[in-house]
Design a protein around this ligand. Sequence first.
Ligand SMILES: NC(=O)c1ccc[n+]([C@@H]2O[C@H](COP(=O)([O-])OP(=O)(O)OC[C@H]3O[C@@H](n4cnc5c(N)ncnc54)[C@H](O)[C@@H]3O)[C@@H](O)[C@H]2O)c1
Ligand SMILES: [Zn+2]
Length: 317
Amino acid sequence: MVTDTGVERPWGQQMRDIAARDGRRVVFVTIPAGEAAKQLSTVDTIWNAALDAEIDRSSMVIAVGGGVVGDLGGFAAATLLRGIPVANIPTTLLGMVDSAIGGKTGFDTRHGKNLIGAFHQPRFVLSDIDTLGTLPLAERRAGLAEVVKSAWLDGEAAVQQLERDTGKLLEGDADATVEAIRMAAGLKARIVTADEHESGTRMLLNLGHTVGHAIEASMGYQDIRHGEAVSLGMVTAHRLAARLGRAGDRDAERLQKLLRALGLPVNVDDYLSDRSLAFIGSDKKRRSGRINFVVPGEPGKADIVPLDLSEVVRLVR
Ligand SMILES: NC(=O)c1ccc[n+]([C@@H]2O[C@H](COP(=O)([O-])OP(=O)(O)OC[C@H]3O[C@@H](n4cnc5c(N)ncnc54)[C@H](O)[C@@H]3O)[C@@H](O)[C@H]2O)c1
Ligand SMILES: [Zn+2]
């Protein structure tokens, strides 16, 4: 069982109690909390803990935590003994609506985020919203940015539901939270089933991420959460869509209103500079000076449009 120090504190004893009650042999690996731990040396720690415990092909990695734990635990599972099963028990909202589903695993290197990894689907994903009770509000908000992304891809009904449930979602209301997770997880599962290795439709899930990643990278992945960057990225994507004549101003205003109500940043001009824009396309989605940009329209309508990097920069300024 892989977890991190932030999850261990509130939930460690409960995890140990369940493991003891079940009577199975469980080895616990607790890694440091935070993105900085998402590196090869942490994978090595997990590999060695598993090999020291003499695991075999019937063993399983159980990742209990946010996206960092899930991505590392999943990658360790993909590579241990050439592949053993992994199960994800996400404890962040972002994990429940996004990272725990879809089988992308991996870690960061000095060349960038998530550039080394493997596709390795989890045997199951168990989202227990009780765990969100100890999650800091800022982390919940960051997860809600991905919920907004999913709703915008899903369609009008999902967006309206979010607009109605804003307050409840911020308070952690159980029914509203489960409904949002069900919508986002369902959408992601459908898309991944159709295009597991991201050769087409799965790229839609990158809505807001081209510019979001650039902002994160330009800030050295510090002082900004992934979800906050995605919020800014979605606002920017709508600006680009409007300038291409693919979306109306009303859509952009509606999106901003929703993000603002959820406490997410929308003031893109504070973040779009020559320096940050230079990072566009520096991640793996770049294809020879052209990038596949997810251009949104009204809810339920988004297209993958190959654009020249220079054109993207021109359109978002
Ligand atoms: N594999 C994918 O498809 C995919 C998709 C999106 C994001 N990701 C990755 O996910 C990572 C981000 O995930 P994240 O936002 O979950 O961040 P995270 O895993 O770093 O968790 C955020 C913080 O919350 C703490 N935490 C987790 N659960 C808690 C709980 N229940 N109570 C209290 N504290 C808790 C953690 O200790 C950590 O400090 C990034 O590395 C990103 O690349 C992967
Ligand atoms: Zn994301």
